[in-house]
Ligand binder design. Structure first.
Ligand code: ADP
Ligand code: MG
Length: 678
């Protein structure tokens, strides 16, 4: 299969060069060069054809073709065709020579665009005589240079015929049988030369699975290899201490919390290094899971670190962890950029001496001068805010500490198992009992008066309100609400009754923190802000959020914003002010009002926006699949992952001859070294 395409009949240097320009060097390249779409030349019953659909019909010409010229080069040939019960008009543009070829009573087959209202086909191609039956459903390949679809098809046909016996199938037979998948040879036949759309779909189904399976096999192998090679630490925590701690919590852990905790503790105890992602919606109780994990490290004689993206979050975490840990004599310290001079030196000394059990901070934590005595566990919160490099530096501190990444951005399962394919993923998919779900409403801007009345009611009850605007200040280009103007309007409206604060990204970090702190201490009542409040800040007294121009935000972002309310015991509300112009926009607003489930929303977001947009194109680093679509074929992706995992973990995979093809693939990818195969 690695023979050159030159071995094919009719391929000389010139054709070989053309193929090479398309990335096709070998027979193997050629037969794996897949069509990107199919032309459907099957006969169409016109009474069922949709307007502007591409159709193929046969019929007898029953009017003398008439030719009209417009200017020098442009022309239109028109004739009438009797096709079954229909008499339709057919027009050919700019092919005046057809006048001589087409005559009354001729039987022809034409393909073109159907105008249902005017009963006209604008023909693209035609053939004399009736439909032949062959090539009704025909592949269209991406081409370069002077290569034609026809030539390429012929070459593929030849190659498939000659090399049919040599096509190896990397997918284990058991899996083919389990899912009733075509074998590779049948699938290649079916994707290149399908007799009908169903045959093509069956072939496609197999290739989707193959792509996902091979991709996941690599990921799982990579994970296994890394695990076995990295000499992590085995954290022998004191189970009784953890049980005692958990029993003193003011609430029982949810089942989901217990489950993820178990997953984390197994990783910590095992000698391989933990590389785990903990996902859980806002308010699902990740902090307490983090706290118990940190405690586990400490009971085994290690230190722990918790890294968060902003100083105010670091302070909030330090406060809540102190509450939990001080009573049991643990030493929690906070390191931010405002810890300076002597205090900083002292803190760093204590850390290096092992007198601090848990260090909490922002990226200041990964500066070089910060040295732990015995770092065993690193937890980062809201990990998507940290760059990959920052995460790596942190991981390299200490003797390969275990690492847990926490995120409140529910990452669709499909993305999680691809982007984080080499990480283990734990999911908290359950909210603590007794939480009142946030009620979300979608309103048009002309209802603003009523919304103000509602705001006033909440404020009069002692609650606080967030108002979110997409922009900081007025823009000439965009007709959207800006924070500065809205701040002025609301100050006037609530004058003498309630006070209004302002926050946006152009404020200095110190000022932002100050505003946030004042709001969390109820020093003012309404906070007008851009999306900078998005990250995990906790103001339990805030019970209402109004989001202006909500259609401008993504679903995941709206959900993150909305998560700022509903953190106390009172009923909370979110009002989306939006006038979306299209159906997708309307659907997005509607789904926001229907669910509080971040995972559902993130899946929907992915579906409506596509995977490239989810993390922002540049940083997505998503793998590309030729046939498969991560959004629509995600079930197959999950199945393939489980199958790949099972296989990699099995003894047979590493020993038996019939897995040699797969092992070879892993060697070629540099995941396994060749010697491992012997
Ligand atoms: P997250 O960090 O996942 O957004 P938190 O850890 O801040 O969520 O938890 C939100 C709130 O829920 C906190 O006040 C926390 O004390 C509380 N909480 C956590 N777990 C439980 C539980 N199992 N039962 C009741 N309340 C809980
Ligand atoms: Mg949190």
């Amino acid at each position: 299969m690695n023979e050159s395409v030159l071995t094919l009949n009719g391929v000389g240097e010139e054709t070989a060069q053309q193929l090479q320009d398309m990335g096709i060097h070998t027979i193997n390249d050629l037969i794996n060069y897949l069509p990107y779409r199919y032309d459907d030349f099957r006969m169409k019953d016109l009474s069922e054809a949709a307007h502007e659909e591409r159709v193929t019909v046969e019929g007898r010409i029953h009017s003398e073709p008439s030719l009209q010229f417009f200017g020098k080069k442009k022309s239109r040939l028109t004739l009438r065709l009797l096709s079954g019960p229909h008499s339709i008009k057919v027009t050919f543009f700019n092919q005046p020579y057809l006048k001589k070829k087409l005559n009354v009573q001729d039987m022809i087959t034409v393909t073109g665009k159907w105008d249902r209202h005017r009963q006209i086909i604008t023909a693209q191609t035609y053939k004399l005589g009736p439909q032949q039956g062959e090539e009704e459903f025909s592949p269209v390949y991406p081409l370069k240079g002077s290569m034609t679809n026809r030539t390429l098809k012929k070459l593929i046909q030849q190659a498939l015929k000659h090399y049919a016996d040599k096509i190896a199938d990397p997918i284990p037979e058991g899996l083919l049988a389990k899912y009733k998948l075509l074998d590779r040879r049948q699938a290649l036949e079916g994707i290149h030369f399908p007799s009908n759309p169903d045959a093509m779909k069956q072939s496609r189904r197999r290739f989707v699975y193959e792509e996902f399976f091979l991709f996941q096999l690599k990921m799982q192998a990579l994970r296994k290899v890394e695990r076995e090679q990295s000499k992590g630490i085995s954290i022998n925590y004191v189970k009784d201490d953890l049980t005692a701690f958990i029993s003193r919590l003011p609430f029982p852990l949810t089942d989901a919390q217990k489950r993820v905790l178990k997953e984390i503790l197994i990783d910590m105890k095992s000698p391989h290094r933990m590389n785990r992602l903990l996902q859980g919606d806002v308010g699902s109780g990740k902090t307490v899971v983090a706290a118990i994990s940190l405690l586990a490290a400490i009971t085994a004689g290690y230190q722990g670190a918790l890294m968060v993206p902003t100083e105010i979050l670091a302070e909030q975490h330090a406060e809540s962890l102190n509450e939990l840990f001080q009573p049991i004599g643990m030493n929690v310290a906070l390191l931010t950029s405002s810890v300076k001079g002597k205090r900083r030196t002292l803190l760093l000394e204590k850390l290096a001496a092992g007198d601090i059990d848990i260090l909490i901070g922002t990226h200041a934590l990964i500066q070089e001068e910060v040295n732990f005595k015995n770092l065993g566990l690193v937890i980062t919160d809201e990990q998507h805010r940290f760059g990959v490099n920052q995460r790596r530096v942190l991981r390299e501190k200490g003797e390969s500490p275990d690492v847990l990444f926490m995120t409140a951005t529910p990452i669709p399962r499909t993305l999680a198992i691809t982007v984080f394919g080499e990480m283990d993923v734990s999911i908290i998919d359950e909210m603590p009992a007794g939480r009142k779900p946030i009620q979300t409403y979608w309103a048009k801007e002309n209802m603003l008066d009523r919304i103000l009345v509602f705001m006033e009611k909440e404020l009069a009850n002692g609650r606080q309100v967030y108002v979110i605007c997409p922009l900081i200040e007025e823009s000439e280009k965009l007709d959207v609400q800006n924070a500065i103007d809205v701040h002025v309007q609301l100050e006037q409206y609530f004058f003498g009754r309630f006070t209004v604060g302002l926050m946006h990204g152009r404020l200095h970090a110190d000022e932002k923190e100050k505003v946030m702190k004042a709001f969390s201490e109820n020093q003012f009542h309404v906070l007008v802000s851009t999306t900078v409040v998005e990250v995990g800040v906790n103001v339990p007294n805030a019970s209402l959020m109004v989001i202006y121009d909500a259609e401008r935000f993504g679903l995941s972002q709206l959900h993150q914003l909305r998560g700022r309310v509903g953190r106390g015991s009172d009923q909370s509300y979110c009002i989306l002010l939006a006038d979306p112009k299209n159906e997708v926009g309307k659907e997005r607003m509607k789904i926001m009002t229907e669910t509080n489930d971040g995972f559902v929303l993130s899946e929907k977001d992915l579906e409506l926006r596509g995977p490239g947009d989810f993390f922002g194109r540049k940083q997505s680093g998503l793998p590309e699949f030729k046939v498969a679509d991560m959004v629509h074929d995600y079930r197959a992706l999950e199945i393939a992952r489980d199958d790949a995992h099972q296989l990699i973990e099995s003894q047979e995979f590493w020993e038996e001859q019939h897995y040699a093809v797969l092992r070879e693939i892993l060697v070629e990818d540099g995941i396994l070294s060749g010697s491992k195969l012997d």
